[in-house]
Design a binder for this molecule. Structure first.
Ligand SMILES: Nc1ncnc2c1ncn2[C@@H]1O[C@H](COP(=O)(O)OP(=O)(O)OP(=O)(O)O)[C@@H](O)[C@H]1O
Ligand SMILES: [Mg+2]
Length: 479
């Protein structure tokens, strides 16, 4: 069993296939052989029967024999009864019935040989173990072994006296035919098995070859080369689909690794900027500005701003890493009307000179983490404020949507350029870099929004017409 498990899959499949194939072939060949043997012996038997019945009919003068006498014993029959049939009569019957190497014998009820030809004498002995029920006017057959050879013996009673004619026919010709057939079947089955084994091995090898390619590709990927793919020519079987799924998985892994590398590089870059500013200010302070209180104060104020920025950045990075975990959100039923009223009171200070209003939908309660939803809305309103001129309009609200609720934050500010639109949810992406930097954003707000919404099983979307404003929508599931 262990040996079998150590064999390669293609060898195991080939063995299984060859095993089943050979079992099937052997059963078919044996069935065919036995059926032919049965047919040939049955043909020989009916030929022998016909020959005996014709000869005995002729011997009786062309008339069929009457059935065994119901009349008193010794009553005369149409033909000479065996007791009165002469030896010459019986000898002529025996001669008549023998053809092409057959043997014949007539025995009486006590087994005494009355007349014989060929192997006749031995035939009477070989017949003894056969005990078929003899029927008048009909020859009955039995298979016997005589002088090491198989014979088919036909027996027919010669009237009521108990004499029986036995005719034996050697089965050697039949056995020769069967031997030739056995030989042909053996050679045929052998050739078929050889051909089938080679074909089976070739088929399983070519079907499983892509698995070897996949193992090699996996090893190269494990060695660090993520650009490797199986790239199997298009085939729609299980292995083709496995290879396609494998390539797709490696695509995703590569994209994720690249995104992670970009993320780390961007995070390091964002951290480096305030740190460089801090280092510069400290340099100046340490060299000579400590003696100049107004300059020192200005520098420390700048350092304080940079430290605040660093804190915010770290806070956003932490929030983003937590938001990717679905278990970090604690959902509970929240009534959106009361939630939004409370939010509007807290967000009022954000709007500054913009007009912030609430567009209420039908009263609805959805399972959501209220702290996460607040964070999402603060980020969206903060963005809307950053990108809307003073006096602009910002509308926040919700409406029912199939399967859940759609929450929106709409402004009539500068909008988003079409080329920026597909990227705004990527971490560290800032549409108009110079302008965003003025506000000090790292480009993490919308990435955090997306991660939090997806942790709720929801979706985010954005639409915008440059110069006319932007609308961010969040769909959250109702259950
Ligand atoms: N309401 C909006 N109107 C126009 N542009 C927007 C709006 N909201 C987002 N954007 C664009 O999407 C970019 C990404 O926004 P995001 O909130 O992720 O980053 P940020 O606001 O620049 O920085 P952070 O939110 O980290 O402080 C912004 O830089 C801006 O170009
Ligand atoms: Mg933002």
């Amino acid at each position: 069993m262990r040996l079998l498990r150590d064999l390669s899959l293609k060898v195991r499949l080939t063995l299984l296939y060859v095993g089943l194939f050979s079992a099937l072939l052997v059963v078919l060949a044996a069935g065919f052989y036995l059926e032919t043997r049965h047919f040939l012996i049955a043909e020989t038997a009916s030929d022998l029967q016909a020959q005996i019945e014709t000869a005995v009919g002729r011997w009786h003068g062309g008339m069929p024999l009457p059935p065994p006498p119901p009349a008193p014993p010794g009553a005369p029959s149409g033909r000479p009864s065996p007791s009165v049939a002469s030896q010459g009569d019986l000898a002529s019957l025996v001669r008549d019935v023998v053809e092409r190497g057959d043997s014949a014998v007539v025995v009486d009820a006590s087994g005494r040989v009355l007349a014989s030809a060929g192997e006749g004498a031995g035939l009477a002995k070989a017949w003894e173990p056969c005990t078929p029920k003899l029927v008048p006017n009909r020859a009955t057959t039995c298979l016997v072994r005589l002088s090491g050879e198989r014979y088919l013996v036909g027996a027919m009673p010669l009237g009521a006296g108990g004499d029986v004619l036995l005719v034996g026919r050697s089965l050697r010709p039949v056995e020769q035919v069967l031997f030739r057939q056995q030989l042909m079947l053996g050679v045929g089955v052998g050739l078929l098995l050889l051909f089938g084994t080679l074909l089976g091995f070739w088929l399983t090898s070519s079907a499983l070859a892509p698995l070897d390619d996949m193992v090699e590709t996996c090893n190269r990927i494990a060695a660090g080369d993520l650009s490797q793919r199986v790239n199997l020519p298009r085939r729609n079987d299980e292995i083709g689909r496995l290879a396609a799924a494998f390539d797709h998985m490696v695509d995703r892994v590569e994209a994720t690794m690249e995104a992670q590398q970009r993320f780390v590089a961007s995070a390091a870059h964002e951290l480096r900027t305030p740190l460089a500013a801090l280092q510069g200010s400290m340099d100046v302070l340490l060299r000579d500005a400590l003696d100049d209180p107004p300059t020192a104060r200005r520098l420390v104020q700048g350092m304080y701003r940079e430290v605040t920025r660093l804190f915010r950045l770290c806070d956003q990075l932490l929030g983003l890493s937590r938001a990717h975990l679905a278990e970090s959100v604690h959902r509970r039923p929240v009534d959106l009307s009361s939630f939004f009223h409370e939010f509007m009171m807290q967000a009022g200070f954000l709007a500054q000179e913009r007009h912030l209003s609430l567009q209420e939908g039908d009263p609805v309660t959805i399972p959501v983490d209220p702290d996460a939803l607040k964070r999402i809305l603060f980020n969206l309103v903060d963005n809307a404020v950053q990108h809307t001129a003073e006096g602009g309009e910002i509308v926040v609200g919700w409406r029912e949507s199939p399967g859940g609720v759609e929450i929106f934050v709409k402004d009539n500010g500068e909008g988003i350029r079409p080329e920026d639109l597909p990227h705004v949810f990527e971490p560290f992406y800032r549409g108009d870099r110079s302008r965003s930097r003025r506000w000090g954003g790292a480009g993490l707000g919308l990435a955090l929004v997306k991660a939090l919404v997806e942790a709720h099983g929801g979706r985010v979307g954005v639409s915008s017409t440059p110069g006319k404003g932007a609308t961010f929508t969040i769909w959250l599931p109702g259950e």
